[in-house]
Ligand binder design. Structure first.
Ligand code: ZN
Length: 71
C-alpha cells in the first residue's frame, strides 16, 4: 500500500491518465458521487459511487488498471 494507500491524505484526486486535478461531485438526482477528468481530450470518468470514499477508491483502481495496461 504505502504512499498510495486509501486514506493517505497525500494521495490526491488526480486523473489517472493525465494527473490533472479531478473534482468529485455529488449528483443530487441519483444521490451518487462521480468524477470526471476536466480535460476535453481525456476520457477518464467514473460515476455511480455511493460515497466520496468509494469514488476515491475507484480513482485509485482506475489508476492501477491504467498503469497495468501501459506498463
Ligand atoms: Zn485526465
Amino acid at each position: 500500500m504505502g504512499r498510495n494507500a486509501v486514506g493517505d491524505v497525500r494521495w490526491g484526486w488526480q486523473c489517472p491518465r493525465c494527473e490533472t486535478d479531478v473534482p468529485v461531485t455529488r449528483d443530487s438526482g441519483s444521490e451518487t458521487f462521480c468524477w470526471a477528468c476536466p480535460q476535453n481530450t481525456c476520457p477518464a470518468v467514473g460515476f455511480g459511487f455511493r460515497s466520496r470514499r468509494r469514488a476515491r477508491i475507484a480513482l485509485k483502481e482506475y489508476r492501477e488498471r491504467y498503469q497495468d495496461i501501459y506498463r
